[in-house]
Structures are given as C-alpha cells and as structure tokens.
Design a protein around this ligand. Sequence first.
Ligand code: SF4
Ligand code: SF4
Length: 462
Amino acid sequence: MPEALPKFEFNKYFVHRLNDGRVLLITSLGRIARLNKNEFAAFQKQKFDRALFKKLEQSHIIITEQNRQLAVDDYKIRYSHVCEGVSLHIVNPTMRCNQNCLYCYANSSGLDSTGFDMGEETAKKIIDFAWQSPRKEITIEFQGGEPLANFPIIESIVNYAKTKKGKKVHWRVVSNLTLMDETIASFLQKNQIFDVCTSIDGPKKLHDKNRPWSKGSSFDKVVQWINCLKQDYGFKRLGALCTVTKNSLPFSEEIVDTYLELGFSDITPVPLRKIGLAGKNWEKIGYSGSEYIDFWSKTLDYCIKKTREGKPISEQFTVLNLGKMNRVEPNYHTCFSKPCGAALMQCSYQPNGDIFTCDEAKAVSLFKIGTVEQSYKQVFTSKEALNIVSLSSSLGFACNECKFTGFCRFCPVLTYCTQGSLVPMLALDQECKTKKAQFSLILEKLFGKDREILLKWLEENN
Ligand code: SF4
Ligand code: SF4
C-alpha cells in the first residue's frame, strides 16, 4: 500500500530539459527542482515517493500547508522593490564629452559645445527632489557626457548634499578618466567617493579603436589613472565595463587577460545596443545575437578556466542571472529586476532638470517622465512613469508563459530603440533569443561540472 502523502496542489511551473536528460521544473519566480529521468517519469504520473514529494515542496512546485506561506512570502520579497522608492539617482552634470566612442548611447556633444551643462540652481533642485524619495539610503551617480567635464557642479552637489539631513548617500562616478587630475582625485578621496566605474573594452588596440580620443591613447590614460587611484588615493571599488563591438568578437580571451592584468576580478561584457550612436554606426560595429552569444560563451568559458587555474575572474552576466536562479530577493542591478528599475528604482536627471526613466533612456524623449520643478509624487505617479513600469513588468506578454520568466526581465528602452514599438515582437527579438541562449547555458553549467565555481562567484559578488 503506497504511503499516504499530505494534500497538495500544483504551483505554476515550466519544464526545461538539460542536455544530459535531467529535467528542471521551474516556477515563475525561478525556484528550481532538478529531477532525474525516473523522478520525472514518476512526477508525470503523479506517483511521488516521500523524497520526491519533499523536493517538489521545497522548490514550491507543489503547494502544501507547510510551504503555502513561504510561497506567498517569496512573491512579497521578489517584488518588494516596487514599493520602496527610487534608490539610484543618475545625475548628468553635462552632456559634453571629450571622447568620440563609436557606440555612445548618450548622444554626447563635443567638449567645446555650449548649452549642455547643468547650472547651480538645477543641481540644488535635483538634490532636493532626490531627498523626497522614501528611501533612507540613496545612490547618486554622476554620468554624462563625461561628468568630469563639469566638475564644479559635482563639487557643488556633493557640498550641498552634505548640508541636508535624513539620508545616507552612496556616491558613484562613471567616467572615462581622461579628464581626471590630482585636484579631482583629492576631492573624491576627501569626500570618501571611492566608487568609480570606467570603461575598458580590452587590449589597447581594441579599446582605442572603440573609444577614440583626440589627445592620444584613451587606453593609456585610463590605465594610468586606474593605477594611480588605487595606489596613491586608496580607491578599492574601481569597476569597469567592457562594451562589445564587432571589433571585439575575435578577442574574448585577450579581453579577459587585459582585465586580469589590470587587477580586476570581474568582467561585464556588455552587448551593443541599438541606442544613440551605436544605432547609427550599426553597420560598422554591430553584430547578430548569435555572434554575441558565441563571444559571450567563450568569455564565460575562459573566465571559468582562469578561475580554475587560480586567477579568479567572474563573468558578471552569469553572476546576475545566477542571483535570480538561487535567490528570491530582487536583483540589486536595476536592469535585472522585474519590473525593471526604470521609474521605480532609478531615474536620470538631464542638465536642464528633465527627468527620464533611466540612464539608457535619456536620449529618447518618449521616456521623459517629468522635471525637477514637479514633486516626486507627481513625477513617479505620472502616466508616463506608470506606463513604463507596467510595460517592464512584461505582464500580459508571451513572456508570462516562457519557461525563463522567473529569471528574465524586459527592457522597454531597448525594445523601443530596436523595434520602434514599446510592445515587443518576441519572435523577432534578438534580445529575447540572446537571453534564452544565456539562460540555457548558465543552467547547463549550474547543474554541471562548473557548479562549484559559479556558486563561488555568486557568493563573492553579493
Ligand atoms: S528600461 Fe531598460 S535600461 Fe532602463 S532600467 Fe529598465 S532594463 Fe534598464
Ligand atoms: S523576453 Fe524572451 S526569454 Fe525573456 S521571458 Fe520573454 S519570452 Fe522568455
């Protein structure tokens, strides 16, 4: 007589088959039960023994009296970011820039142009506006253009924020570092602004091709300042992004080696997106989704190989996706949450005080949600803001029925810039194809021989 099992009902789940025949059952929040062939056959016939029952209960594939509240709590945790207010305030002190990167999404103007700088009055209004966020801790990130091209406004914002009470501010500067000097470095050090992110696209020849600079090698300059900030000014949290163009595709290993040589322990190979100049230069520097996946998977394999050899370097898209596969907490990276961070966890302030949903959207007028002349409540409850939040939840799209829905997120900016529509045509969507390939590959590795390394990366990056 088979043992009687407690009462249960099925949660919504999806089936994904690994290459070796094992089966993953995945909930719409991304909880995973891994079954072998026999277990899956028993599951299909609903003939569970106690061990299989436990496995299904722990992963919320089935709901019982024991896990019902936990399953509800998962939803509360995963979507907690929807109610917490904007934490990431991206301030663009200027839209001028001294470089001519082939893929600039900000549509920056030349260094000598006029009319693209933020003034004192707007700067103060931005801080007053950010202070209306219900968050007790906020991040203020300087972007641009090249933010250091209007350094006096950075100084004035930092000094003004110091006069205000009630919030803990984490500061970040995103800069190409070619305008860095001792005065700026000392100011950042004195104000404990150690979170600086720059760009390294790979070895010198490749970096300089992607990121031309009229005064010489932008690679030499950025490397000089990375070393100087670390050694002479005590910067520990220096980060870098690697934008992948067609020029980068043959050089996955050389790019990772460059990161290791410069002392980085992670790499983020950002795919090119048809936004701003990248869209205009697409014929010259663009590539297909499958070309990116080929590049990205080689980069991932090489990072795993290097880590195994004792030179640890993690691939950050893998880490971000692993976070969704192993935890229910919303992702700290605003583009990896669902709904995404646009007009929910982040916004971007233009030099004239216009507010956009997020930084990538700042050159696209459709994504303007208000100005600093309005109140925080007016801006974030405007129909423009709520429409984008609703779209980025991807509720109502075919995504809802996709097996990867628990890991995925939807980017309205990218969809609009590539398809001319805010509602994605998923069958034609390169980003969707790319993400599906990435999820499949990461799942193979997570449940294969590289599991230990991947979980170590995850642990070290959170
Ligand atoms: S709209 Fe796109 S770029 Fe903007 S926060 Fe969302 S995912 Fe990121
Ligand atoms: S975008 Fe594509 S991969 Fe992501 S949930 Fe939607 S259908 Fe699935």
